[in-house]
Design a protein around this ligand. Sequence first.
Ligand code: NAD
Length: 333
Amino acid sequence: MRKATLIPGDGIGPEIAKAAVKVVEASGAQIEWEIMDAGISAAKKGKPVLPDEVLASIKENGVCLKGPTETPVISGHRSVNVALRQELGLFANLRPAKSIDGIKTRYEGIDLVVVRENTEDLYAGIEHKIGNVAAESIKLITAEASTRIAKFAFEFARKENRKKVTAVHKANIMKLSDGLFLECARKVAKDYPDITYEELIVDNMCMQLVKNPEKYDVLLCPNLYGDIISDLCAGLVGGLGVVPGANIGDGVAVFEAVHGSAPDIAGKNIANPTAMILSAAMMLRYIGEVEKADRIEKALYDVFRNGENLTPDLGGNATTGKFCNSIIKRLRN
Ligand code: NAD
C-alpha cells in the first residue's frame, strides 16, 4: 500500500475527489489516502487555510492529489496554491492539453504541454500600497529559477520524445526580467540540440494558439503567462473540466486539475471529474503505477469515444456519479 495525501478542497472539490478516489480504487492501484482539509473547508473548522499538518503529510508521503481551493479576490487569505508551491518548492507546473476523441471542439490533433515556472514572477506576492493612490507588485525573475524550469522543460521534452520547446515572453517590453528568463532558456537550449527551440512574444503566442495550435509542442512559460496560456489551451481541447496538472519539486509532487472550485455548480453533482481523474492518473504514473494509469486513461477515453453519460459542460446531462460509474464499469470489465 502506497500512502498519498488527498485534499478534497472547496466547492466542487469533494465531489470530483470522491469520483477520482473511486476510479483509482477500481483500477486496482493500492493507495492509502491521508485525507486533509485545506482552503475554506479548513477555515470553516477553525484551522488556518493551509494547516502545518497538511504540509507535513505531503512531505512525508511525497505525493498529493488536490482538489481546487477557493481564494477570495482583493482581500482575505493568501492563495493556498501559491503557498503550497512555495512551501514545498514545487517549482514546475506541468499542464498537458490533448484533444480527446468524442469531445467536440473547434480543433483536432492538439497535443500541447505547458511547462510553467511556479515560484516567482508576479506570483511571488511582493506587493504594497503607496498611500491610497497607487499599488506596486514586483515581478521577480531569477536566473536560478529560470534555468531550473528551462532544464525541466527540455528534460521533459526529451523523455517524452517531443520535438520543440517554445519559450513565451514579453522581453520586448520587460527587457530585464523577461530578458533574463530568455537568456537562461537560450543557454539551456544549447545542451539539447535534438530539440528545436523557438521564442514567441506572449500576445502573438495567444493568437498563434487560436489559429494553429497543432504547430506547438512544449510551451516554456514564466508563471503569469503560463497560468493564462494553460487556460487558453484547456479551452482548445474541451474546457477546464478535462485538463489535468502536476506541480513538481524535488521528491515531492502535488497533482491537481487546472480548474478552480467552480462555486456556480458546487453541490449539484454535475461537475466534470475528468481533470481530477486524469490528475490522479498522472500521480499514479509518477509513482511508477504506469499500467494502472494507462488503464484509467483508456477507460476514460472509451467513455468519451462512445459519448456515454457526459456531464453538462460537455453537452450531456449525466451527473458526476453516473459519468464516474461508466468509467468504473469499463475498468472492472
Ligand atoms: P473555475 O475554474 O472555478 O470556474 C470557471 C468556469 O468553469 C465556471 O463556469 C465553472 O462552472 C466551470 N468549471 C470549472 N471546473 C469545472 C468542472 N470540473 N466541471 C464543469 N465545469 C467546470 O474558475 P473561477 O470561477 O475563476 O474560480 C473559482 C474559485 O476557484 C476562485 O476562488 C479561485 O481562486 C479558485 N481557483 C482555484 C484553483 C486551484 O485550487 N487550483 C485554480 C483556479 C481557481
